[in-house]
Ligand binder design. Structure first.
Ligand code: AMP
Length: 279
């Protein structure tokens, strides 16, 4: 497995692969890998000849009072997991390698990012789009795999790729959960045992709302109320619980088109997100 620390190294490696007519799949991550990330690698492997995993805690997608400094990191473990999974290259740059001191060009998606996480994290998706476009350009990957865990992110990246004619296929991979139902996330490490147990109210609420929808409930007010109540009864602090259209990420009153039930909630200081696609 190749470990590329600089943009020049990954670019050169991918150039060589392209010259051999090999296809490249990219899995962008912030590291501290878990089964969710590994499932994305498996999908990339099934689609392309070479798989590149980027491990980069991207500072530009964190707000001033967020968890950039304490975001969990363990490169040695990540490297081992990638190797065991048959990844071909890990791209592990430093912030200074990715952002020149006078960096001044940003990619801003202006519609889908104006809801859900975009409201409580105003610069988040600008940072995500900018770093992803940089990664796409460096690897010139044929395919990139994103998880439905971050549904809004995946939909925004798809929109960016369409709007800017980026020659890459974006694949959206299923959300992977822990055996108890909690959506897998590097941030789950922050939770105390009590917070973890109470945070199970999120997935329980998601499952209950999904079941109600499958049984014919179409009212957004009723479906969101099921999820909100589950979280609040467990002492979680809801950031948002929304039912939105997949096409525009705008609130809808009735599930009469492909929809997304999404939430963000705090348990202690940890902000967790979860969702289900209703389609
Ligand atoms: P992150 O390292 O949290 O930025 O995530 C990197 C990629 O892994 C993103 O495309 C996420 O959507 C995806 N991912 C994170 N957690 C999960 C999960 N539980 N299931 C599926 N994909 C995930």
């Amino acid at each position: 497995m190749n470990i590329c620390k600089t943009p020049a190294e990954i670019s050169q490696l991918c150039d060589n692969w392209h010259k051999q007519n090999l296809t490249i799949g990219l899995v962008p991550t912030m590291g501290y890998l878990h089964d969710g990330h590994l499932s994305l690698m498996d999908i990339a492997k099934s689609k392309t000849d070479k798989v590149v995993v980027s491990i980069f805690v991207n500072p530009t997608q964190f707000g001033p009072n967020e968890d950039l400094d304490k975001y969990p990191r363990d490169f040695e473990r990540d490297e081992r997991l990638c190797r065991e999974r048959g990844v071909d290259a890990v791209f592990y740059p430093t912030p200074a390698d990715m952002y020149a001191p006078d960096f001044s060009t940003w990619v801003t998606e202006t519609s889908l990012s104006q809801a859900l996480c975009g409201l409580s994290r105003p610069i988040h998706f600008r940072g995500v789009c900018t770093v992803c476009l940089k990664l796409f350009n460096l690897a010139r990957a044929d395919v990139a795999v994103f998880g439905k865990k971050d549904a809004q992110q995946a939909l925004i990246i798809k929109r960016m790729v369409r709007d800017l004619n980026v020659p890459i296929d974006i694949i959206m991979a299923p959300l992977i959960r822990e055996p108890d139902g909690l959506a897998r996330s590097s941030r789950n490490k922050y939770l105390s045992e009590d917070e973890h147990n109470r945070a199970l109210s999120i997935s329980r609420g998601i499952f209950a709302a999904e079941k109600a929808w499958k049984n014919g409930e179409k009212s957004a007010a009723k479906l969101t109320a099921i999820l909100r109540k589950s979280i609040e009864d467990a002492g979680g602090q809801v950031d948002y619980v929304e039912l939105v259209s997949q096409s525009a990420i705008r609130p809808i009153e009735t599930v009469d088109q492909p929809a997304l039930l999404a939430c963000a909630a705090f348990f202690g200081k940890t902000r967790l997100i979860d969702n289900v696609f209703l389609e």
